[in-house]
Design a protein around this ligand. Structure first.
Ligand code: NAP
Length: 330
């Protein structure tokens, strides 16, 4: 199972918003074949492991009946972008399946196992399940809490400011912190911002990384109708515009869009509107060593701190001249 978990890990940027899944076919003497869910929309891990084993039938093993399938997540029982894996497993003759964790989606959970058992396949569940859940924490979070995981990212000057009052553009944080943001973006299913930020900053808000990634979708909260569709935000990924201002309703819409996680990258008005709902799970602060001074707009009102907004500091690290603080909801 640990081998299957580590196979899956290699595809955490390309399988999303699907979970990463790894699978092995093993005989009494060792591993016959391996498979992973490599990219969103492509074969599931179990199918890749079966297809890889087919090539070795009659060489490394004589019958699928002699093999055990080890897979990190419950095989699916539904027709999605691919056929039901549980059916394919039973049809090929596999007699035993060891599963890490049940699929957390209440509409699916247990159905894959039922299908296997109905077809006389022996099933064991729960091996290393905490590791599988941790590996797919956004996917499990979404289904268990019925909401996407929400992280807010802010870049703050030493004196707690977000940007200049007069609209003059300036980088708050150092280039190394901005590189780090690219890696953070790559982990999320969607990036969300507001209309003023799109107009003021002309941001790209994609994940500019040197590895393959299923780019986060973009969400724009705005009632405006006059966006320049040639501007950076509308390039590189699908954009959904949401005209709602009630943030709890917005979060529900994001859930319905099937995103497991969203990274909010906006200015103080929208960030504070999110924080006020109490529905934000994580706050990532990149703090510069330089103040912005009187020309700067504060992130938070006087006497408000990240701690008294209901967060506790989970980790802190130095990035060149900046500090990155990760806060989790208490
Ligand atoms: N330092 C940083 O990390 C950082 C990051 C991003 C942006 N910024 C700066 O932030 C400035 C803009 O800040 P901002 O907060 O005014 O703009 P924003 O990020 O665009 O967010 C405010 C906009 O979001 C929309 N919105 C929808 N529901 C809302 C709600 N419940 N409450 C508040 N807004 C809601 C509105 O769009 P419509 O008015 O279009 O309907 C509103 O104008 C920019 O100049 C940018 O430079 C800084």
């Amino acid at each position: 199972m640990l081998r299957a978990i580590s196979l899956a890990e290699a595809f955490k940027y390309t399988a999303k918003p699907n979970p990463v899944v790894g699978a092995l076919l093993v005989s009494e003497t060792g591993i016959i074949s391996e498979g992973s869910h490599e990219r969103f929309g492509e074969n599931h891990a179990e199918i890749n492991a079966i297809n890889n084993a087919r090539k070795l039938l009659g060489k490394s093993f004589n019958s699928f009946e002699d093999l055990t399938l080890v897979c990190t997540l419950e095989p699916c029982s539904h027709f999605g972008k691919t056929g039901p894996c549980a059916e394919a497993i039973a049809q090929i003759g596999i007699k035993k399946v060891i599963i890490g964790a049940l699929d957390p989606n209440p509409l699916v959970a247990g159905k894959g196992i039922d299908l296997l058992i109905k077809n006389d396949v022996k099933v064991e569940v729960g091996l290393c399940q905490e590791l599988v859940k941790e590996q797919n924490k956004f996917f499990f979070f979404k289904h268990e809490k019925m909401k996407p995981y929400i992280a807010v990212k802010i870049a703050s000057s030493l004196d707690g400011k977000s940007h200049n009052k007069d609209g003059s553009s300036t980088w708050i944080t150092c280039p190394e912190s901005r590189d780090d943001v690219q890696n953070v973006r790559a982990l999320y299913d969607a990036i969300l911002t507001g209309g003023n930020t799109v107009i003021d900053d002309n941001p790209r808000m994609n994940a500019r990384v040197n590895f393959e990634v299923n780019q986060p979708k973009k969400i724009l909260l705005s009632k405006k109708n006059n966006f320049d569709m040639e501007s950076n935000f509308f390039k590189n990924a699908e954009v959904t515009i949401i005209k709602e201002t009630n943030i709890a309703k917005v979060i529900n819409s994001i859930y319905e869009l099937d995103h497991c996680s969203v990274l909010v990258e906006a200015g103080p008005r929208l960030v504070n509107a999110f924080l006020k709902t109490g529905l934000v799970d994580e706050l990532i602060e990149y703090k510069s060593s330089e103040p912005l001074g009187k020309n700067g707009i504060n992130w938070f009102s006087k006497n408000t701190t990240i701690e008294n907004l209901g967060f506790k500091l989970e980790s802190t690290c130095k990035i060149k001249s900046d500090v990155k603080n990760i806060y989790k909801k208490c």
